[in-house]
Write a protein that binds this ligand. Structure first.
Ligand code: GLN
Length: 188
């Protein structure tokens, strides 16, 4: 059974634990360096990317995590997690891991009240589609050459992969589908 840590500093880590367990993984919340690195993969959940970033700095985790992910440790970031993995946030300085060669614009799909759910084509598996919930989601406004686009919504990439790094602008963990969590586990 694959052991996955879900970063539990802030945000929606519980639904990820449920989705990973449904997909057959041994999933646990992680907060410390030893807990993170003792697992086979990491999920960075949605929440507030500025808060999670500041907490990573405060707990002295930002640089070591950057190195671990750069060395190939599997990671899956959703929404705020995608922002933290990205290289740049348009118009803003905030602590980032910067390991995924994309730039993002925060909150570009509208406010909380403009949240929506849709079904998207998904290139990663033969099942072909994923249900996706967008909540104050970031837009991916640039992707580097090594970044594979797995899902597109209205002409913009919303799910991408770069080797060991998987990221989605939306929340697959808030739906009944485990397609993306299954896919992530296949990378571990
Ligand atoms: N808007 C949040 C941010 O910019 C992300 C929202 C989410 O994770 N659902 O950090």
């Amino acid at each position: 059974m694959k052991s996955i840590g879900v970063l539990a500093l802030q945000g929606g880590f519980d639904p990820h634990l449920r989705a990973l367990r449904k997909a057959g993984a041994d999933a646990r919340p992680v907060k410390t360096w030893d807990e993170i690195r003792g697992r086979q993969g990491l999920v960075i959940p949605g929440g507030e990317s500025t808060t999670i970033g500041k907490l990573l700095v405060l707990h002295g985790l930002l640089d070591s995590l950057k190195e671990l992910l750069g060395d190939g440790f599997p990671v899956f970031g959703t929404c705020a997690g995608l922002i933290l993995l990205s290289q740049r946030v348009v118009g803003r300085e905030q602590p980032l891991l910067g390991v995924l060669d994309v730039d993002v614009a925060r909150n570009a799909y509208g406010r909380q009240t403009e949240s929506f759910e849709t079904s998207l084509p998904f290139e990663g598996t033969e099942k072909g589609s994923v249900p996706a919930v967008f909540i104050r989601a970031p837009q991916i406004v640039r992707t580097g050459p090594g970044v594979q686009i797995l899902s597109v919504y209205e002409d913009l990439p919303v799910c991408v992969r770069q080797k060991n790094i998987l990221a989605a602008a939306f929340h697959p963990e808030l739906t009944d589908s485990a397609v993306l969590h299954d896919y992530f586990l296949s990378l571990v």
